[in-house]
Structure formats: structure tokens, C-alpha cells
Design a protein. Structure first.
Length: 315
């Protein structure tokens, strides 16, 4: 997938990941490269994983695998906008209907991945919790990583700190009964198409093995952050609570009832904590990180119950 010469229609970058979106002959090409502070390269999936994913048939979503070009991964996708943009401004290309459709397709896709792709296709636990665990142990990193470590460790206290470390360790070592995971499904990797049923999910960089409901919990952690944004009425961030409700409902109904709500809640907490770390390390300090530390402490105390679908999650 070479020969892209036109300027990107959109670019965004952190110290962890750089993304450029280019218009192509039949849709768009998302090009992802390591950020300047990323400790490891982007890793494409092996051929057995690619073959297993390509064999899946989904009616309302496409799973987009990457092609390797130099140090980058190229994804061919139907649109230029990820559903994460729903809460950061009005983009006429991203309607609530398209978001709900793409997330419904994502819920169905995650459930199918867990049941249809052999767990043996992946040999390690999810990368996000492993990255979080390494930082919790060392306490160092680029930009504001060290400062945030001091703040959040003081806020959590030794008991909660050890509890999170135990959750991360379990995901890294208890793999015998694990299933195949997307590994890091995010609102930034779900791409809306131009019509309902044409969305896609980027997959391949983070495939892992672990408890099936980890993937759902990881995404619900991002919904919990969306909800925090709504409750704070953060200036410049706009989302109708009804759109939030529809998107969350679409994801959860398509995924179905989780087998282990505790796994879902803990994965959501780990996603929020990892995101806070990643912001500090790969973007820099922000006063809201102190608020995040307090919120993370509360979520740990209840095993992430607030992130689960139910009355507390619906505005």
C-alpha cells in the first residue's frame, strides 16, 4: 500500500502513536506510526491470526487488518472519522445513527472473535495493563509520567495500588483458559462509514489472550470517561446524553450479557487508569489528572461497578 502522495485530510499524534488519514481510491487509508516516546514498535499480527480474522463473516461491520509499510501500519477503511469524535465537536460526517451502527457492529464482532478464533492464536495478555503495570513498578516515564505516579499513588494508597497490580498480573499470567481478544478496542479504532452497516474496527496491533469480557470492559471504560465529560460539562466537548445512551445500548445489546461482570468492571478501571497514565506520559500534565486519580480510587473500591450498563451508567 505505497504511493500515497496527497496530504492527509487529518492528522493527530501523541508521544505514543501518530495517525494520518489519507483519502484513497476506494475510501480512506489510516496510517499509524509509533510516537516519539513509544517504548516498542507497532507489531502486526501473524499470518494465522490474519487468516482466522479474515474468515469471520459479519453483516454490519468490517474488521480492518493492517498492511506493513516501512515503520507504519496501513489500514484501508470506509471513512475518515472515528466514533470517538462524537464527544469532541460537531462533525457532519458523524451522525449518532452512524455511531450507534458502528458500535453495534463492534459488540457483535467482539463476541464473535472470542468464540470463533482459537485462543491459542495469541500468546500474551493485553498490552495496556502490562504497560500500566510496568509504570506502576518503576514510577518513571516521559513528560509528566513521574509526577502523575506520585499523585495517583498517594491518592490510591497501598491497598488499592496492590489491588490494581494484582489485576494486571492476573491478565499477564492466567492465560490457560483465556480466549482470543482484540486486546485494545477503543472508540478511536471504530470507524464510521457513510451509511449504517458500513463501519469498521481496526484490529491487529494488540491481539491478546485473556478473559472474554476484557474487551467489553476496555470499551466501557471509555464510555465511563465520556460520561465523566458529560457530567463535568467540559467546555469544548459536546455530546447529547441521548446519543451517549444510544451508542452504549447499541454496543451492549449486540455483545450480549457478559459472562463475568467483575472482569468487565475491572477491565474498565484498568482502561481509565491506563488512559490517565498515557495522557501524562505521552501528552503531558493536565489539572484534570488529579480528578482522575480520585475517580480511579472510587472505581477500584467497587470493582468498576459504575462502568457497567445499568442505572448508574445511563444519564
Amino acid at each position: 500500500m505505497t504511493g500515497i502522495t496527497a496530504p492527509p485530510v487529518e492528522e493527530f499524534a501523541t508521544g505514543f502513536l501518530r495517525t494520518a488519514v489519507h483519502e484513497g481510491d476506494h475510501g480512506y487509508v489510516w496510517i499509524r506510526r509509533p510516537g516519539a516516546d513509544r517504548p516498542s514498535p507497532l507489531t502486526p499480527p501473524g499470518q494465522p491470526v490474519r487468516d482466522a480474522i479474515r474468515a469471520l463473516r459479519l453483516p454490519d461491520l468490517r474488521l480492518a487488518l493492517p498492511e506493513v509499510v516501512a515503520d507504519a501500519l496501513h489500514y484501508r477503511v470506509p471513512g475518515p472519522v472515528a466514533v470517538a469524535k462524537l464527544c469532541v465537536g460537531s462533525d457532519p460526517r458523524l451522525t449518532p445513527q452512524l455511531v450507534t451502527s458502528a458500535l453495534s457492529g463492534t459488540g457483535a464482532a467482539l463476541r464473535l472473535l472470542h468464540s470463533a478464533v482459537p485462543g491459542s492464536r495469541a500468546t500474551s495478555g493485553p498490552a495496556g495493563p502490562a504497560r500500566l503495570a510496568a509504570w506502576m513498578l518503576r514510577g518513571r516515564g516521559p513528560r509528566a509520567a513521574t509526577a502523575f505516579h506520585t499523585v495517583v499513588r498517594r491518592q490510591l494508597g497501598s491497598g488499592r495500588w496492590s489491588q490494581v497490580q494484582d489485576w494486571c498480573a492476573s491478565l499477564a499470567t492466567d492465560l490457560t483458559d483465556g480466549v482470543f481478544l482484540h486486546g485494545a478496542p477503543s472508540l478511536g479504532s471504530v470507524i464510521a462509514g457513510s451509511r449504517p452497516g458500513e463501519g469498521c474496527l481496526l484490529i491487529g496491533e494488540d491481539v491478546a489472550r485473556g478473559p472474554a469480557d476484557f474487551d467489553l470492559g476496555w470499551l466501557l471504560g471509555e464510555f465511563a470517561e465520556w460520561r465523566m465529560t458529560l457530567l463535568r460539562r467540559t467546555p469544548g466537548l459536546v455530546m447529547d446524553p441521548r446519543d451517549y445512551h444510544a451508542a452504549l445500548t447499541g454496543l451492549c445489546r449486540a455483545y450480549g450479557a457478559p459472562d463475568d461482570p467483575a472482569t468487565v468492571g475491572r477491565a474498565a478501571v484498568l482502561r481509565i487508569f491506563t488512559h490517565a497514565h498515557d495522557f501524562a506520559a505521552y501528552m503531558g500534565w493536565h489539572p484534570e489528572l488529579t480528578e482522575y486519580a480520585s475517580a480511579i480510587a472510587e472505581l477500584i473500591d467497587e470493582d468498576g461497578a459504575q462502568t457497567l450498563p445499568g442505572p448508574l451508567s445511563i444519564l
